[in-house]
Design a protein around this ligand. Structure first.
Ligand SMILES: Cc1cc2nc3c(=O)[nH]c(=O)nc-3n(C[C@H](O)[C@H](O)[C@H](O)COP(=O)(O)OP(=O)(O)OC[C@H]3O[C@@H](n4cnc5c(N)ncnc54)[C@H](O)[C@@H]3O)c2cc1C
Length: 428
């Protein structure tokens, strides 16, 4: 039997809708099917990436909940597998494989983003512990993580890349305060994390003290690789770790919720529209025969295919489990595709968006959205009456036109004056 048949047979005798997510993930991990490239006993079978992909596709085909996702399996556990001690692998990787613990990445700082090696968070040795002080930012899912992958400066007296150490910090201690950052769309996907005399046992240092930059490069290679990877069709996901509260729900409940969300029109969508959905969108709004739209949709489809194939190449070329340079290409092409997806979908359906945003934007509750609606209204006026632009992508350049900026100001004042005017107090 091939991998697909093996996995299908295993699922048939192990998937039970009445078991909890905790039980399902424990089974998946014990069978080595959670992360097949990882070692036996730690959720894997020591298999090649292409075999692991076959397992994932087969799990997707069976319509079950896939292995735990997120920072811990995508970049943290692979870092420990490459640089950790046997004790660290046993302590930290196993709970990642069975989804009972989630991790966040504590790398970026307010003054150290692109210049990551300039980070200032300090870790000073105090007996068998490090005492950590500093601030991190943009930390995805930090509010629901048990552990943080921390980069801290342990030696300020050497060149900046040489004084950094990679360590696992327990997020559940009083010295760690997590504040979600609310975005203009109302979501809060990132956090800022304040570390004040937080404690890290010396045995939680991964790699050598002062060699954190080297360890971090492994983490970042895996991060880039995971950003570009696409989930197989049909695979359902659930949040790992104890804090989101899913571990003790039945898989039946989670599957039903996931299916309901998949068909919920109000659901927040992914960062980009898939190429097939883009074709459908063009057909749905009657633009499929428009020569320019056809050309651009075809271009989008080709770029999406190149992206997908680069993902396969990246996986197959991974050396010793570490993604190669293709991972960097994937990260860049993910961002480029997200931009194209936005421009193209808006240019196909701009009139619809403008109308919807105008209608919804008049709600006071929607805050920033009303400004977006206003912008789109002006953009539409600009497109139709003033500038006769080819497509909405061009409207992003419009911001630099003095005339439109001026009309933005005037119309916004009128809009504020008449549409959002607060009712006057009685008698005034
Ligand atoms: C979706 C998402 C999730 C993230 N999750 C996490 C996370 O979980 N944990 C974490 O630690 N971080 C996370 N980050 C942060 C991220 O990894 C980067 O560290 C951060 O986005 C870059 O830093 P910055 O925002 O301070 O930008 P800056 O470093 O200020 O850069 C701003 C702009 O200036 C440019 N620039 C900077 N320096 C130079 C230079 N010398 N020359 C020319 N141009 C320059 C940059 O290219 C960029 O365009 C996340 C980011 C995103 C987008």
């Amino acid at each position: 039997m091939g991998i697909a048949e093996d996995v299908a047979a295993w699922v048939a005798s192990n998937w039970d809708l009445d078991m909890t997510l905790r039980q399902w993930w424990a089974r998946l991990s014990a069978a080595g099917l959670a992360f097949p490239t990882w070692p036996e006993g730690l959720g894997g079978r020591g298999w090649r990436p292409s075999q692991a992909r076959e397992v994932l596709v087969a799990l997707g085909g069976a319509g079950v909940i896939g292995p735990p996702a997120g920072n811990a399996p995508n970049m943290g556990a692979p870092t420990l597998l490459a640089h950790g001690t046997p004790e660290q692998k046993e302590r930290f990787v196993r709970p990642v494989a069975d989804g009972t613990e989630a991790w966040c990445q504590l790398f970026s700082e307010p003054g150290a983003g692109s210049d990551l090696a300039g980070l200032r968070t300090r870790a000073e040795r105090d007996g068998d512990e490090y005492v950590v002080n500093g601030q991190k930012v943009w930390n995805s899912r930090a509010e629901s993580s048990e552990w943080g992958m921390l980069l801290a400066r342990t030696n300020p007296d050497v060149p900046k890349h040489a004084g950094i150490t990679w360590m696992m910090v327990d997020m559940r201690q009083p010295g760690v305060v997590v504040r979600p950052l609310v975005q203009m769309n109302g979501g809060a996907e990132f956090c800022e994390v304040f570390l004040t005399d937080a404690r890290v046992p010396v045995q939680n240092v991964v790699g050598d003290v002062g060699d954190g930059w080297n360890v971090a490069r492994t983490t970042l290679a895996h991060e880039r690789g995971s950003i570009g990877q696409q989930q197989p069709r049909g695979l359902l996901t659930a949040l790992a770790g104890s804090m989101p509260g899913h571990l003790d729900r039945t898989v039946r409940d989670l599957v039903e919720t996931a299916r309901r969300l998949a068909t919920d029109p109000n659901r927040r969508s992914d960062v980009m529209v898939g190429s097939k959905s883009m074709i459908r969108l063009a057909k749905d709004v009657g633009k499929a025969a428009d020569l320019e739209v056809r050309q651009r949709v075809a271009d989008y489809w080709i770029r999406s295919e190149v992206h997908r194939l680069t993902g396969l190449r990246s996986r197959d070329n991974a050396k010793g489990g570490k993604p190669g340079p293709e991972a960097s290409i994937l990260k860049l092409s993910t961002a480029a595709l997200a931009h194209l997806s936005r421009d193209l979908s808006l240019s196909i359906a701009w009139a619809l968006f403008a109308l919807l945003l105008l209608v919804f934007g008049t709600s006071r509750k929607l805050g920033a959205l009303r400004w977006v609606s206003l912008f789109l209204l002006l953009a539409t006026i600009g497109k139709v009456f003033l500038l006769d632009l080819e497509d909405l992508a061009g409207l992003y350049r419009v911001g630099s036109f003095l005339g439109l900026a001026l009309s933005l100001l005037v119309v916004s004042l009128l809009y504020q004056r008449f549409v959002f005017r607060k009712p006057r107090p009685e008698g005034s």
